[in-house]
Design a protein around this ligand. Sequence first.
Ligand code: PEP
Ligand code: MG
Length: 757
Amino acid sequence: MPDRGALAGPRQLLRRLREAMAEPVSPQARLDKIVVHIASNMVAEVCSVYVLRADGRLELFATEGLNREAVHLTTMRAGEGLVGLIAESAEPLALSDAQSHPAFSYKPETGEEIYHSFLGVPILRGGNTLGVLVVQNRARRTYSEEEIEVLQTTAMLLAEMIASGELQAIVRPGAEIGLRGPIALEGSPLAEGVGLGHVVLHEPRIVITQLVAEDLKAEEHRLEEAINAVRESIDKLVDRSDHTGPGEHREILETFRMFAHDQGWLRRLREAVHTGLTAEAAVERVQNDARAKLQRRPDPYLRERLHDLDDLANRLLHQLTGQSFVAANEDMPDNAIVVARSMGPAALLDYDRKKLRGLVLEEGGRSSHVAIVARALGLSAVGEVPNIIDHVEQGDAIIVDGSSGEVYVRPAIDVEAAYAEKARLRARRQEQYRKLRDVPATTKDGVTIDLHMNAGLLVDLPHLEETGALSIGLFRTELQFMVASQFPRMEAQIALYKSVLDAAGGKPVTFRTLDIGGDKILPYMQAFDEENPALGWRAIRIGLDRPGLLRSQLRAMLRAGAGRDMRIMFPMVSDVSEFDAAKEIVEREKRHLSRHQYELPTSLKLGIMIEVPSILWQLDEVLERVDFLSIGSNDLFQYLFAADRDNRRVANRFDPISPAFLRALRKVVDKGQAAGKSVTLCGEMGGRLIEAMALIGIGMNGLSMTASSIGPVKAMILALEAKPLRELMDQLIAQNHGSEHIREALRSYAEAKGVPL
Ligand code: PEP
Ligand code: MG
């Protein structure tokens, strides 16, 4: 550890700067003072601050030592000259002979040619460059590691000043500071629609109110205590997961533990406190550097580790500041767009639905459950938006285009106007779809496709009437269980299923029994760490192993359906014997209810979801037993292609419009038709236009989808001719064309026939 006496200088500098920050002077006067303090403390002849503007140029905002006239006049591109190089690389640069560096570029108005030594550091916030801070000396000299450290710490204070928006008032007229300027980002569309609103960070950024330490000893102590507390909590988590064997979760924890005990990381934290920062400012400072370095690495493994390091730093900050981990509902703006790195479906359901308009995620694929919930809630959502968290602040204006995958942060006025217009247009189009409500979805050549709706929350139910869907083809019962704070009791379940049936107003409802496990976690149920949760203990597997759970749900369904027609289906059936076992439980429950004089449903139809490939080779046996089949294409696809639907590296690697998948689906359709049993598809692909066309082209005549897709799919069907489409699909599949070719062929076909896509 460096000698304390040597560091009195930096601490004194930080104290001076803190005073300068608090003085009631203009932003320019404050910056001018700051550069004087830095220059004098670092015994440099020059100290200059460059701030990154929205147009990508770095503008000289203040200087001690260079020509004052150059302030707000001199600018350079990121990448241009030494200052531009630092901004681009986000790394410090120390040179004893600046002029001989190949990137050196001479700005005559500054008069800097007489200074030989140069030390510049990036001004960073959340890993993003906001500007560059430079000191220069006339004599050729080597800047020490410690001086570089001090300048980096000082840059943190400037980052806060820039982030506060205070400097916007003095930027060259007509320009804007980068941080607050508009940015457009692109991700993958998760849920259709346009959402205009304000950012709500799912995990609010910790606000550090005090950067400079009052009492060094006290800060050192706070840091050590926080490190110990975080380490202890992680050790405990690792120990607990020891009993459940290896797993992804376990690995993450181990990585956590590795960082928490990493001497290099801890040393950097301690050193940062030693330069005069508060413990929380030190954590942020060290994390900023790590982010800046790792974000620019091409290695995905290292970038992934950045998440772990971020999480660890966050834990430390929460420990130090006592601030909450999640956004509070009370502070939600009326048009809230939730922004998160990743999120489970239950967390999204915790938000006040009346205020939610959209969702933006850094991770999260199209068929992840959080995306399904977003669609059920009618939100526009975009996933896989790189580094969105670093680009937004709480309350920023934001537009989410769930159709194109575009996200606009702090949009320019014209973009906002264009989107407001788009939202109006969409409303008009919805109006046209509403007019189709009572028109059957029949193709021009007379083939009727039954359109059903997926639901899972009571808020979904009014859509049944609005869209004219024939039935609820999939009611995901687990969503209600996920929003409850404890396991819903029998009476509550009966009431819920009754209100679903009532709200359906006589239209059939296909209830699916609990499909939990994987990423669908009930907060009140003991969680098990599994190495491959998608292949783990879930859905019907839990139901059969814990028959009490399944029995009580079935009993509630049968009682709710008294005197009505009921349809129940079982998720994730992998073997026909599982259906037999489930049916046996149903029969037992029926006998039990009859014995106790309860009225039974007038009719009861039982079916299974086709989601696990093994069942494709037991279709004959299955069809002898069931009343109907429903293809869960989300899961069937992930299992057939061995591509995790929630893993963004692979979720979109393969395309459901591929001969392999379509052949599998066609087999189910053909066998179902031959056996005279209904086959529908209730996965997400049924609600997408080209996919729906492909499905109709393989003979599927029942689709269940999210409410907002019904109008567009119906409009498409009305313009379609089924017979030539089937011929085209037969040909494309037989020739084993790639999915891109099939997609393109379907697109051109639709265009030629005037089918709206
Ligand atoms: C499916 O797997 O396609 C399906 C409809 O079920 P879920 O998305 O709820 O897993
Ligand atoms: Mg499924």
